[in-house]
Design a protein around this ligand. Structure first.
Ligand code: ATP
Ligand code: MG
Length: 260
């Protein structure tokens, strides 16, 4: 099982949209067995897939006595999408800070140990983690468990200037998990404009691996009302076509070969 967080400390760059559509396409098109971990206290992913935090959440897991991931694995629930299981988020994730994660009962290694346990049992092919726009106990746990990260980015001047920050984030993440690799940067909410195209060229010229972009379409907002991933509610929309293309490329890379 490969564990892949969708990471960017910047808010609103399509982390959740990417996580839910990636999970649905991997399960729906490729019949992969997917575990989706909601590490964000906003719980968008949990709500989207009909998860119930009361059935056990990542916050419970981070507060639980350390047991090598056994309790974490027991908190996994089925989602409303065939082939996708969930480790739910809940709003108390916000209250867990890094200090507690390291020195209290919560442990940053708990997701890594859960991942090892699940890999041994061969229960899933991929574990995707929807990260919060913050570095907290949940993101630390996600990074400790990860093989590679996918970084969605919105092509605007703020985000491009934030590239240095982004790389610093990755370097910081490697202090937790030295094996961590960047599988690629995923430009999201793309639209045809000179500025956006120039920004994309700058990014592609940076030497970092960059996936094909995801076009902007209102259908992504609409998807959140329908609570159905794009392959169900709008398979022909530009963003769905692009998510499928990005995933094809990612899988062809063996889950990310152009590592940095
Ligand atoms: N390809 C797209 N086209 C148009 N709108 C999009 C696209 N992708 C995402 N959005 C919209 O952008 C907004 C932010 O997306 P999303 O919630 O996925 O970002 P996020 O990075 O998870 O945010 P947060 O940091 O708050 O967790 C949402 O309203 C979503 O519907
Ligand atoms: Mg989100």
């Amino acid at each position: 099982m490969k564990t892949v967080p969708i990471l960017n400390l910047k808010g609103g760059v399509a982390k959740t949209s990417t996580a839910v559509n990636l999970a649905a396409i991997l399960a729906g098109d490729y019949k992969k067995r997917v575990l989706l971990v909601d590490a964000d206290s906003q719980c968008n992913t949990t709500e989207f897939f009909g998860g119930d935090p009361a059935a056990g959440s990542l916050a419970d897991v981070l507060r639980h006595e350390y047991d090598g991931g056994v309790y974490a694995a027991s908190c996994i629930q089925a989602s409303n999408f065939p082939g996708v299981d969930l480790l739910a988020g809940d709003d108390s994730l916000m209250d867990l800070d890094l200090t507690k994660a390291e020195t209290g009962t919560a442990k940053a290694a708990v997701l890594r140990d859960m991942a090892l346990l699940l890999a041994e049992e061969d229960r899933y092919d991929v574990c995707i983690v929807d990260c919060p726009p913050a570095f907290n106990a949940a993101s630390a746990a996600a990074l400790a468990a990860s093989d590679e990260v996918i970084i969605p980015i919105k092509l605007d001047a703020f985000s491009l200037r934030g590239m240095t920050n982004l790389l610093r984030q990755l370097a910081n993440a490697r202090t937790i998990n030295p094996a961590l690799r960047l599988s690629g940067i995923l430009p999201t909410m793309w639209y045809r404009s000179r500025r956006i195209q120039e920004a994309e060229e700058t990014l592609r010229g940076s030497g970092l691996p960059v996936f094909p972009h995801i076009r902007r379409t209102d259908k992504v907002d609409e998807m959140t009302f329908d609570q159905e991933p794009l392959i169900v509610c709008n398979p022909r929309c530009a963003a769905c076509v692009d998510y499928r293309r990005f995933i094809r490329e990612w899988l062809n890379l063996g889950g990310g070969a152009a590592y940095v």
